[in-house]
Design a protein around this ligand. Sequence first.
Ligand code: ADP
Length: 304
Amino acid sequence: MILRTENIVKQYANHLALDNVSIEVPQASIYGLLGPNGAGKTTLIRIINQITAPDSGKVYFDGHKLQETDVYSIGYLPEERGLYKKMKVGEQAMYFARLKGLTKHDAEKSLRKWFEKFEIQAWWNKKVEELSKGMAQKVQFIVTILHNPKLLIFDEPFSGFDPINVNLLKTEILNLKKQGSTIIFSTHNMASVEEICDYITLINKSKNVLSGQIDEIRHNYGDNVFEIDYRGETDKLMENIGNNYQVLDSGEQKFFRKIKVKAITKETGNALISRIIKDAEIINFNEIIPSMNDIFIKIVEDDK
Ligand code: ADP
């Protein structure tokens, strides 16, 4: 585990922002922090970054209790980003890189490489105030990852980006993982979660309501629903399936039939296949696995 929080509690004047939140983030993974607005995600991120202190609970980083010097090993991209408007982009990026401890030579070399990669070389001498939100975000992203921190934390990294730049960012996040960094990011964008996260925690109303490996979670929330395309007699198929299944939908295509069934008591896909294969030719067989979006909505709605 590169990061572990243990029973974090944070109380603001009249609001309990985090209620006993524990998370475990494995090394070299991409970890999504999900939850509706106001759930407590940013508060947790700020605690990990030592911007604010918890009332109780502990944070462990890389095998030891989180300490001040760990800020050099953690890169943080906050949602509310501050660049100095009057400074030039390159100058500003150099300033941040030097703050992170890079020499002038290394900072410039590395920044030039990244500016090229993100195709923003032409902005080096422009003033920050000339940048659009997305452009400024790119610069901040570069500055955050430049010193190769072990842990990267991005608060809503995809907001304000068009789909092309979202992809660029996703690719870079995956590259960073390949190189051994661990990435935690908060988001409302569930598609990005399914695409790149290995683990998630869902925070709702200040509590950790769901944590784990993403495929495992999706499977666990499966409703035992299967979709089958087949050739054969429907009556025969129904007879073979038996009465443990409820038919949710069925239809005729030109060359095959479709049926969607739900197992009333849990059965594996294999068990169902063995029932129907006797008298039908299976063209397609799918277990319907809920999306993270469905799971998010279900949990948050049920918890109202
Ligand atoms: P999220 O990032 O999940 O949207 P936040 O962690 O920003 O949620 O906020 C959680 C709750 O704590 C919100 O109700 C917010 O209003 C409150 N909160 C956050 N920061 C402060 C603060 N400095 N003082 C008082 N309340 C705060």
